[in-house]
Design a protein around this ligand. Structure first.
Ligand code: BG6
Length: 490
């Protein structure tokens, strides 16, 4: 591992993302010993004029005890908070960034006599509108200058633009300042335990290799449901909608991992090359394969215009034009204010040919990977119902993480991804061409929605979403399981 002092600079330190995700993730990395007091310092930077202690007080409440850590939580919190220093300044003027650089350099000087190279990680917990000026300031005033080596890396979060054109513009602006290996585009779904498991499942198990294709799979659903609405984020959400907020990034990344070919190796470039190929094989979306919804009451939020057509729900059928997937619909569903909170992948297999047990009626074979809550994967299969009769029933082979891995702490997505940025592993980050290909898929549809040509239909909060969505999934080939027990005729 690399040595030398590490400065983690959180820009937008007083904002929501930093408080709720970035600092807590750093805290857990600290508690588990992945970052250590002797070689790390954390700098918060934002416009608000507050003291180091003010920032520490704002963060404190979000640092939750970590399951399984033996040391005292209170003691760890106070030691961790001591690692944080605050610098205030604007995002587009040099003064603030000069003082930030001065603080970082002083810290490095105090350490370098004993430790070596310096590493600077800039985490932009900021709205994308300020990425270009902030990157410019970092490049001009805050780069790593150590003669002993090290690096400067930039972490950015979605939304990367609103469509292909704006995303390309943003990429070009950042790309002029930093090389691709310095840029870490976070999609936090790539840090989730079961998303990280997808490649292992597919490529390390003989079971799946021969089955994972159009000959055996009828359809694949990738579903995201939330049981709450936009809750104070209406202003932001209305600019983006569910497709930009969830589907174009999180669910499409999951689709890539489900559909990609086996990469040549686990090198980040090899993995990302395969993901790009999947994205480039997705056919243009047909309006007849889209159902949009907006939950009733969404426009009650004063920051949302009354006539908003922004979807809070979407079901979209994506079709991949390649040898493996031709004819297999990928049914992507995402919605807010629904009846449950769940994210899962549901691989539904074709009916058994020459069936003698009416197994289709009991439910097709399915392989379900539940990303959250309660990580699990299970296979639905037809078995003999235990007992003297030869009845059959659908049952499950079930691997529930809560039971199987009781003693294991499943890390938060952000913890893992921040650790990857420190280690310099870009496998779980979105490359520029991947981002472009993802926007190419959705931009024409998004423009039609923005022009009001595709409408969102109302649905009741707490429901399954608009009725048409289930119908669309069924039309695409999904067959509902009814839990039927088959009793053979006597
Ligand atoms: C974010 C979206 O990227 O992901 C939110 O902006 C959404 O709208 C969140 O609630 C869901 O993340 P998770 O990890 O809770 O599924």
């Amino acid at each position: 591992p690399e040595t030398g002092c590490l400065s983690i600079i959180v820009l937008g330190a007083s904002g929501d993302l930093a408080k709720k995700k970035t600092f807590p993730a750093l805290f857990h990395l600290y508690r588990q010993g992945f970052i250590q007091s002797q070689d790390v310092h954390i700098f918060g930077y934002a416009r608000t004029k507050i003291s180091d202690d003010d920032l520490r007080d704002r963060i404190r409440g979000y640092l939750t005890p970590c399951k399984g850590c033996e040391r005292s939580h209170e003691e760890d919190v106070s030691q961790f908070l001591q690692l944080i220093k605050y610098v205030s300044g604007a995002y587009d003027t040099e003064e603030g960034f000069r003082s930030l650089d001065k603080e970082i350099s002083e810290y490095e000087l105090s350490k370098n006599s004993t430790q070596g190279s310096s590493r600077r990680l800039f985490y932009l917990a900021l709205p994308p509108s300020v990425y270009p000026p902030v990157c410019k300031m970092i490049k001009s005033y805050c780069m790593n200058k150590s003669d002993l080596g090290g690096w400067t890396r930039i972490v950015v979060e979605k939304p990367f633009g609103r469509d292909l054109e704006s995303a390309e513009e943003l990429s070009a602006q950042i790309g002029e300042l930093f090389d691709e290996p310095q840029i870490y585009r976070i999609d936090h779904y790539l840090g989730k335990e079961l998303v990280q498991n997808l490649m292992v499942l597919r490529f390390a198990n003989r079971f799946f290799l021969p089955l994972w294709n159009r000959d055996n799979i009828s359809n694949i659903q990738i579903v995201f449901r939330e049981d709450f609405g936009t809750e104070g984020r209406g202003g932001y959400f209305d600019q983006y909608g569910i497709i930009r907020d969830i589907i174009q990034n999180h669910l499409l990344q999951v689709l890539c991992l489900v559909a990609m070919e086996k990469p040549v190796s686990l090198k980040p470039e090899h993995v990302r090359d395969e993901k790009v190929k999947v994205l480039q094989s997705v056919l243009p979306i047909e309006d007849s394969e889209v159902v949009l919804g907006q939950y009733e009451g969404y426009t009650d939020d004063p920051t949302v215009p009354d006539n908003s057509n922004t979807p809070t729900f979407a079901t979209i059928v994506l079709r991949i034009h390649n040898e493996r997937w031709e004819g297999v619909p990928f049914i992507i569903k995402a919605g807010k204010a629904l009846n449950s909170r769940k994210a899962e992948i549901r691989v539904q297999f074709k009916d058994v040919p020459g069936d003698i047990y009416k197994s289709k009626k009991q439910g097709r074979n399915e392989f379900v990977i539940r990303l959250q809550p309660s990580e699990a994967m299970y296979m639905k299969l037809t078995v003999k119902q235990p007992g003297l009769e030869m009845n059959t029933v659908q049952s499950e082979l079930d691997l529930s993480y809560g039971q199987r891995y009781q003693q294991t702490i499943i890390p938060e997505a952000y913890e893992r991804l921040i650790l990857d940025t420190i280690r310099g592993d870009q496998q779980h980050f979105v490359r520029r061409d991947e981002l472009k290909a993802a926007w190419e898929i959705f931009t024409p549809l998004l423009h039609r929605i923005d022009r009001g040509e595709v409408k969102s239909v109302p649905y009741t909060p707490g429901s399954r979403g608009p009725e048409g969505a289930d119908k669309l999934a069924e039309k695409a080939g999904f067959v509902q399981t009814h839990g039927y027990i088959w009793i053979p005729p006597t």
